[in-house]
Design a protein around this ligand. Structure first.
Ligand code: HEM
Length: 137
């Protein structure tokens, strides 16, 4: 009998579980904004953010916790994320999207997220980041 190849882990476990819960998500988000704050390659999107990144850090942590399959912290506090609408005030084109993904992939690497989770997560985040685009370039 020919056995079906095993389904990837992601079929049964959430990203929240595969990452290791809130502690890891907090670590990734902290690293993400540290990179955005200091890496010249992210200067374009850093300039769109408030000088104080505390609220952005907290909101992305809360959002990603729920979005990866953990507790719906963001929704409990702020209601439906309406992410695309909330990003409309910012001019987001391919360059901004790619800067955001650059920071995120670097943060995932630097916090020790391993393959295949890293690539799978980066790929679904890319789809979301691409949906935030609201202008050319
Ligand atoms: C595509 C490139 C993106 C850019 C340039 C961008 C930029 C921004 C900016 C400038 C803010 C306002 C932050 C502040 O208060 O200073 C923001 C808020 C936020 N972003 Fe993004 N973002 C991007 C993609 C994403 C993605 C992919 C996610 C989700 C995975 C996300 C999640 C959030 C959340 C949860 C907030 C807070 C919304 C609120 O409650 O006000 N962003 N983003």
């Amino acid at each position: 009998m020919i056995e079906k190849p095993q389904e990837p882990d992601s079929q049964s476990r959430t990203f929240f579980e595969m990452l290791g819960g809130t502690e890891k998500i907090r670590e990734v988000v902290e690293r993400f904004y540290d990179i955005m704050d200091t890496d010249p390659r992210a200067a374009g999107i850093r300039a769109m953010h408030a000088e104080d990144l505390t609220s952005a850090r907290e909101k992305l942590f809360m959002f990603l916790t729920g979005w990866t399959g953990g507790p719906q912290l963001y929704i409990e506090r702020y209601g439906h994320p309406r992410l695309r609408a909330r990003h409309l005030p910012f001019a987001i084109g391919e360059s901004a999207r790619d800067q955001w993904m650059y920071c995120m992939i670097k943060a995932l690497h630097e916090t020790g997220v391993e393959e295949p989770v890293l690539t799978q997560l980066a790929s679904v985040l890319y789809e979301l980041a691409d949906m935030m685009r609201n202008q050319q370039g």
